[in-house]
Design a protein around this ligand. Structure first.
Ligand SMILES: Cc1cc2nc3c(=O)[nH]c(=O)nc-3n(C[C@H](O)[C@H](O)[C@H](O)COP(=O)(O)O)c2cc1C
Length: 159
């Protein structure tokens, strides 16, 4: 669990992190311009490991677009809403629409939890593809906006 000595929002220079795993995580997240979070719902919330992984960093997430896809017995929408709030605290730009994938039944939930095939190959979520693709396009649109904004800022600095 989180074991840095400072609050990440106040750590702008990654070399100030005290833990090697934080420096490695920071380097990994800094490489990417946008993120797609795919998460299950656990007891109406999102998994603790994900919160821990988010909390370790701040500036590495900030300003970057994020898309959220949840899954669960009822689609995992409650977990997605909670995650969205946390991503906004990290100053991420979260795509408004959040696809939620509902397992086709109790047996499917149990199989998925065991890591077994539950009908994906037979196309249980094929009907969700188009919606997810559209949300992915929104994410790309946001990314283009963010990149254009940073190019403009760089230009202003040069003047
Ligand atoms: C601790 C735990 C709590 C869960 N709580 C919910 C829940 O609140 N709502 C739901 O729809 N599914 C719930 N599930 C079912 C999960 O959505 C399902 O097990 C899913 O396959 C878990 O994802 P994973 O296999 O990637 O961990 C829960 C599963 C676990 C292990």
């Amino acid at each position: 669990m989180f074991n840095e000595s400072a609050i990440p929002a106040q750590t702008k220079d990654p070399s100030a992190y005290t833990q090697p795993h934080t420096r490695a995580w920071s380097a990994e997240i800094s490489k990417h311009q946008a993120f797609i979070f795919v998460l299950p719902q656990y007891n109406w919330g999102y998994p603790a490991v994900l919160k821990n992984a988010l909390d370790y960093l701040f500036h590495e997430w900030s300003g970057k677009p994020a898309m959220v896809v949840s899954y669960g017995g009822h689609g995992g929408g409650k977990a997605a809403e909670q995650l969205k709030q946390v991503l906004q605290a990290l100053k991420m730009r979260v795509v408004e629409n959040m696809p939620a994938l509902t397992f086709p039944g109790h047996d499917a939930i149990l199989a998925a939890t065991r890591g077994e095939e539950f009908g994906l190959a037979e196309g249980v979520w094929d009907g969700e593809r188009e919606g997810i693709r559209r949300v992915g396009e929104e994410l790309l649109g946001m990314l283009v906006e963010v990149e254009a904004g940073s190019v403009a800022k760089e230009g202003e600095k040069g003047q």
